[in-house]
Design a protein around this ligand. Structure first.
Ligand code: FES
Length: 151
């Protein structure tokens, strides 16, 4: 059995500030026990939960979405590989969506993003007379909204 971690040890191992760890605990995303002196102690599996929270935020998940996902893990025992696999199944769609978004972003850096500026050569072909503007505000091509995807 592993020694429980202090908040400082958890912060060092996860790379997350103690203030953020306290916030995650206030939000019910991680749990600790208190020593008689009132100090927090975290079970070692909390490290993986913190890693999950950090990366879930990186793919754009809200705290509420993260809370919902983590609530699917068993509370009365340390989550095992199958538990995490079940979680990752819903995640995969989210990650694929994010990858597609980043690909569009990468492609858009040199191409027309359908923003309405009509300022680069490619706009004449990709977005003549700013027809992307008919789809709504913002860089429609970056947002994955094109004439075809809307028809
Ligand atoms: S980049 Fe703005 S309309 Fe083409």
């Amino acid at each position: 059995m592993f020694e429980p971690l202090t908040i400082g040890e958890l912060a060092r191992r996860t790379g997350v500030a103690t203030s953020a760890l306290r916030f995650y605990e206030e939000q019910g995303l991680i749990q600790s026990v208190r020593t008689p002196a009132g100090h927090r102690r975290f079970a070692r599996p909390v490290i993986r939960r913190v890693a999950f929270i950090v990366f879930a935020q990186r793919v754009g998940m809200s705290l509420q979405e993260i809370r919902t996902e983590l609530a699917r893990l068993p509370e009365n025992r340390v989550p095992n590989q199958e538990d995490w696999a079940r979680l990752s199944r819903t995640w995969k769609a989210r990650i694929d969506e994010r990858i597609a978004e980043l690909e569009r972003l990468k492609d858009g850096l040199t191409g027309c993003i359908g923003c309405g500026c009509l300022s680069i050569e490619r706009c004449r072909f990709a977005n003549p007379h700013d027809r992307a503007g008919k789809l709504g505000p913002g860089p429609r091509f970056w947002m994955g909204r094109t004439q075809e995807s809307e028809s």
